[in-house]
Design a protein around this ligand. Structure first.
Ligand code: NAD
Ligand code: MG
Length: 407
């Protein structure tokens, strides 16, 4: 074990969403490189027992937990010297705390937007898996990134792949990028068959193990749609230069094509520790003890076109980007609300994309340029979804009311 003095040069990380899928993989990466990374703060919502275990292992200066678990968490960490915080404003202000060099955003949904912006404004480095903020407010976020001169590094495997492929290349040489998609558990299904999908089926991803929201997004292909918007902002590309290619093995994480038709791809096993570690160590590649790809066992790689009739998400994302203004924000907020309803059993699977489409129609032409406008728009879309303002949601809500929700 390395002593704290040895770790003085280590990068101070604030990890929000520490108990989730990305959070736990980040913890694993930090555990392997104590000389490089030091956890200064951790945040989680309800899984307070796991948060306490993480805190006792890594001894951060502070933890942040959901209000319902504050008492238990304080009691469990009494006498440890670790400060226990709670509440929305405290979460947003965490990046300002001493010792935070980098915000690792592994929280889910647009609730990660304000902490991210606060971190950028405080000049902190950003390593983000949480893609919803960039979809909601890509324009203002990238503006803040430029203004404050901070590094904003993607953890999403596709965007990490593009980052790696673009190293040493000139922007003007780039012709297109190809985001690969596993196709999700319903690849090859018909529209009719999708009407029978259960929660359990949607939560069974063929290649990646992830949280419930992104797993549902992968099943509707909305995750790839959010990634098209994420790439649009991160790599400053036109929507027409971003292709989506179904690649069921999830070995090629994405590709870049140059104007001479030369193509570069980044490959590896579908294990999020690779892009997480790269975002933290960029531009270095640190050692990572894990199985290498067994090329002979793998044998071959496959590619297919996406069936946009069955999975309209990419079409909706492209329409939202062309529409501009608040449209990507509306797409994301309606999707978050619809996925939450689906996970609660209040909305059938095939109605998720339909809800997003209806929201885009309902809010067509709605402006939204500034961060404040987009935050307000995000709230308004969720309120309308929550009040059952769209037929797609109301139809099932009448039969089974939603129990709770943090929309
Ligand atoms: P997850 O559901 O496994 O974990 C979410 C984390 O956020 C948990 O620690 C939870 O405590 C915290 N959280 C949830 N609601 C909260 C709230 N109201 N307040 C404070 N904290 C809250 O999710 P995940 O799969 O790790 O995904 C996290 C983000 O990373 C998502 O935006 C997802 O799109 C993105 N992402 C995930 C993967 C993956 O492999 N899991 C890959 C690429 C991108
Ligand atoms: Mg991805």
């Amino acid at each position: 074990m390395t002593s704290p003095e040895d770790r003085e040069g280590a990068q101070g990380l604030l990890l929000i969403g520490s108990t989730g899928s990305i959070g736990e993989s980040t913890i694993d990466v930090v555990r392997r490189h104590p000389e490089r990374f030091r956890l200064v703060g951790l945040s989680a919502h309800t899984r307070w027992q796991r948060l306490v275990e993480q805190a006792l292992e890594f001894r951060p200066a502070f933890v942040h937990v959901g209000e319902a678990c504050l008492g238990e968490c304080r009691e469990a960490l009494a006498g440890s010297g670790i400060e226990v915080l709670s509440g929305r404003q405290a979460l947003v202000d965490l990046p300002l705390r001493d010792g935070v060099d980098t915000l690792v955003s592994a929280i889910v949904g647009t609730r990660g937007l304000e902490p991210m912006v606060r971190a950028i404004r405080a000049g902190r480095r950003i390593a983000f898996a949480n893609k919803e903020p960039l979809v909601t407010a890509g324009g203002p976020i990238m503006e803040e990134v430029r203004r404050h001169g901070v590094s904003c590094l993607p953890i999403d495997s596709e965007h990490s792949a593009i980052l790696q492929c673009l190293r040493g290349e000139k922007p003007e040489d780039l012709s297109r990028i190809f985001l690969t998609a596993s196709g999700g558990p319903f690849r090859g299904w018909s529209r009719d068959r999708l009407q029978q999908v259960s929660r359990e089926q949607a939560l069974k991803h063929p290649t990646w193990s992830m949280g419930a929201k992104i797993t549902t997004d992968s099943a509707t292909l909305m995750n790839k749609a959010l990634e098209v918007i994420e790439a649009y902002w991160l790599y400053d590309l036109g929507e027409e230069a971003i292709e989506v290619l179904v690649h069921p093995e999830s070995i090629i994480h994405s590709m870049v094509e140059f104007r001479d038709r030369s193509v570069k791809a980044q490959l590896g096993l579908p294990d999020m520790r690779i892009p997480i570690q790269y975002a933290l160590s960029y531009p270095d590649h640190l050692p990572l003890q894990m199985e290498p790809v067994d090329w002979l066992k793998l044998g071959s790689l496959h590619f297919e076109a996406l069936d946009e009739d069955v999975f309209p998400a990419i079409r909706l994302a492209r329409a939202a980007l062309r529409q501009g203004g608040g449209a990507p924000c509306v797409l994301n907020a309606a999707n978050e609300a619809a996925v939450e309803s689906f996970l609660e059993g209040a909305l059938p699977f095939h109605r998720i994309s339909e809800t997003v489409e209806r929201a885009l129609e309902a809010f067509a032409g709605h402006s939204g340029e500034s961060l404040e406008e987009l935050i307000a728009l995000d709230r308004e879309v969720r309120q309308r979804a929550g009040s059952g303002d769209w037929p797609a949601i109301r139809a099932t809500r009448d039969a089974k009311p939603r129990q709770s929700g943090n929309l």
